[in-house]
Design a protein around this ligand. Structure first.
Ligand SMILES: N[C@@H](CCC(=O)N[C@@H](CS)C(=O)NCC(=O)O)C(=O)O
Length: 277
């Protein structure tokens, strides 16, 4: 069902659009340096959180596939995102998007007082958001890559179904949180604000609306509630400020859409059935 042939495009090395403006505004040294790449959804998570939590940072764009020495110093696997904490001497580093999000949440609690979790002491309400985030990581993200890397019609149809099921699973978890009456369902609630689960999933929902539409003819599930959620998510200011123009993603994901050999560690893991790096 792939509509066109591999034209050999490579990934972009520099942000475009709103993301470029944001990167330019964060070009001078700060206590935190974010190692990132414009096309990377794991980086986008961290970037959204920095913007939303009001934590200052410098953007440092690197090519994670060429493994420059300064990237390997902050991430043993040579993966973006990573943060370099410049206030230590010598500087220290953190990698892994989900772990970085927890670090930023802790840091914000001590500084800006902003949060991605239900505020106050409500362990159950906070757990519901973490359950949503866990589903995104273990089910929805791998399903996205299996779908975009699937090459024959049968596996593409299966991949599309699996991705939709993963979205449905997330919707069920949002509905459960809402039904149980907890105060913070993130942007799923009208009038709500960004949650940890929203940050975790937004980059892949966004890429479903451009990359998957372009290469797989994908349509997001219907349903007014879900469509309104996507609308709130993709128009949320802290999210939009981290978005490049759609062509950047379409170009950068051609490698995945044609499952070119050695596209990335993530692509290799999907092809071999291993856990994602
Ligand atoms: N588990 C990591 C995954 C990060 C990741 O895979 N980043 C990609 C870019 S989207 C990367 O750096 N790839 C380099 C490579 O595959 O060698 C996280 O959540 O931060």
């Amino acid at each position: 069902m792939t509509t066109n042939s591999d034209s050999g495009k490579s990934y972009h090395r520099e942000c475009t659009g709103e993301a470029l403006e944001t990167a330019k505004a964060h070009g001078s040294p700060k206590d935190i340096t974010m190692f990132g790449s414009c096309f990377c959804p794991f980086v986008q998570r961290v970037w959204i959180a920095l913007e939303f939590l009001g934590i200052d940072y410098k953007v440092y764009e690197v090519d994670p596939y060429s493994k420059p020495a300064d990237l390997l110093e902050v991430s043993a696997k040579g993966l973006v995102p990573a943060l370099r904490l410049e206030t230590y001497d010598p500087p220290r580093a953190i990698s892994e998007s989900t772990v970085i999000l927890e670090f930023l949440e802790d840091l914000a609690a001590m500084t800006t007082q902003r949060t991605l979790l239900p505020p106050g002491i409500n362990p159950y309400a906070r757990t519901l958001v973490r359950l949503q985030a866990d589903h995104v990581n273990r089910t929805l993200v791998p399903a996205f890559y299996r779908y975009i890397q699937a090459q024959n019609e049968e596996s593409q149809i299966r991949g599309g179904k699996e991705f939709v099921q993963a979205i449905d699973g997330l919707v069920k978890l949002f509905q459960r949180a809402q039904r149980e009456g907890d105060i913070h369902c993130g942007l799923w609630s009208e009038g709500g604000t960004l949650s940890l689960a929203d940050v975790m999933v937004a980059p892949w929902i966004f890429r479903a609306t451009n990359v998957l539409v372009h290469y797989r003819g994908f349509q997001l599930p219907e349903g007014t509630q879900f469509r309104s959620y996507v609308e709130r998510l993709l128009s949320f200011p802290a999210f939009k400020r981290t978005c490049s123009t759609e062509q950047l993603y379409i170009d950068s994901y051609e490698r995945y859409a044609f499952n070119r050999p050695n596209t990335s560690q993530v692509a290799n893991a999907i092809n071999s059935g291993a856990a994602l790096p």
